[in-house]
Design a protein around this ligand. Structure first.
Ligand code: G1P
Length: 291
């Protein structure tokens, strides 16, 4: 049984694709319906049984820490006004006291570096990594499916969520090579970060959810800069592949790349259409807009 207790959330990115919205506000606080992106991703991790939530932050990101704290004045006001539903929603959204940690990345050196910054907080145990740009819409979320796969595989496995994209889009992502099937997952034979379509081993891209063994920290410690001049997690995973197994899981559910405007807007529509309290009216509004 693989027990994954800790999850890393790299939230130091600058959010340049959403300027001016993200000039003073972290991109992770942009809302999909009425929850910030980071809350959706933390919800997914909680649903998968994660107990400790590690945020790798940067300057101008303090509001994320505030978001995962109680808001005493607000709670008191809601209580005085008898707003029970709002109050319990606020309380249920929070990981418990002592279950969050925040550390700073200090310099924007890439995803691999962000993950390495969490090494002391994770320690020597397998952990989950969730990129908050990516939302996966599925009743169980993506990480729970990955933990199921990890339990099925059994040995010291690294698992990466993957999905198919059109061939001409692979150069925006990490891409994996496909080996033999193992239950619902498959062995990964190769990994390339942001390849040209001609060099891509497949059209299966890395989706932003990982279960990794702590040995990846030892590799990241010495990792040189790769694609885009950044310390790439994909390069470190590739090295670890020489010693440990990596599996890909094509998860159930629909993913949204909320780092892009189209993905973010689509996520808002898709999540709103799943909400019983607003979906009927929203559907009518969309019909009107589309004429
Ligand atoms: C990162 C990873 C990449 C992955 C992508 C998913 O890239 O390096 O392998 O496919 O997230 O969103 P980034 O989006 O940070 O450029």
């Amino acid at each position: 049984m693989t027990r994954i207790r800790k999850a890393i959330f790299p939230v130091a990115g600058l959010g340049t694709r959403f300027l001016p919205a993200t000039k003073a506000m972290p991109k992770e606080m942009l809302t999909v319906v009425d929850r910030p992106l980071i809350q959706h991703v933390v919800d997914e991790a909680r649903q998968a049984g994660i107990e400790h939530f590690i945020f790798v932050t940067g300057r101008n990101k303090n509001v994320i820490e505030d978001h995962f704290d109680r808001q005493f004045e607000l709670e008191m006001t809601l209580d005085e006004r008898g707003k029970r539903n709002e109050l319990s929603a606020l309380e249920n959204d929070l990981p418990g006291a002592g279950n969050t940690s925040f550390t700073r990345q200090q310099s924007p050196l890439g995803l691999g570096h962000a993950v390495w910054c969490a090494r002391e907080l994770v320690g020597r145990e397998p952990f989950a990594l969730l990129l908050p740009d990516v939302l996966v819409q599925h009743p169980r979320g993506c990480l729970a499916q990955m933990i199921d796969a990890a339990n099925e595989i059994g040995d010291k496995a690294n698992i990466i969520a993957v999905e198919e994209v059109p061939h001409d889009r692979v150069s925006s992502y990490g891409v994996v090579g496909v080996g033999e099937a193992k239950g619902k997952a498959f062995a990964i034979t190769k990994m390339v970060e942001k390849p040209k379509p001609a060099d891509a081993p497949s059209n299966l891209i890395i989706t932003g959810r990982y279960i990794l063994q702590p040995e990846v920290f030892d590799i990241l410690e010495k990792q040189e800069r790769g694609a885009g001049g950044e310390i790439q997690l994909t390069d470190a995973m590739l090295q670890l592949m020489a010693k440990q197994k990596f599996y890909g899981l094509k998860f159930d559910g629909r993913s949204f790349d909320c780092g892009s405007k189209i993905g973010f807007l689509s996520a808002n529509v898709a999540y709103a259409l799943e909400r019983p309290d607003i979906a009927p009216e929203f559907r009518d509004e969309i019909r009107k807009l589309l004429g």
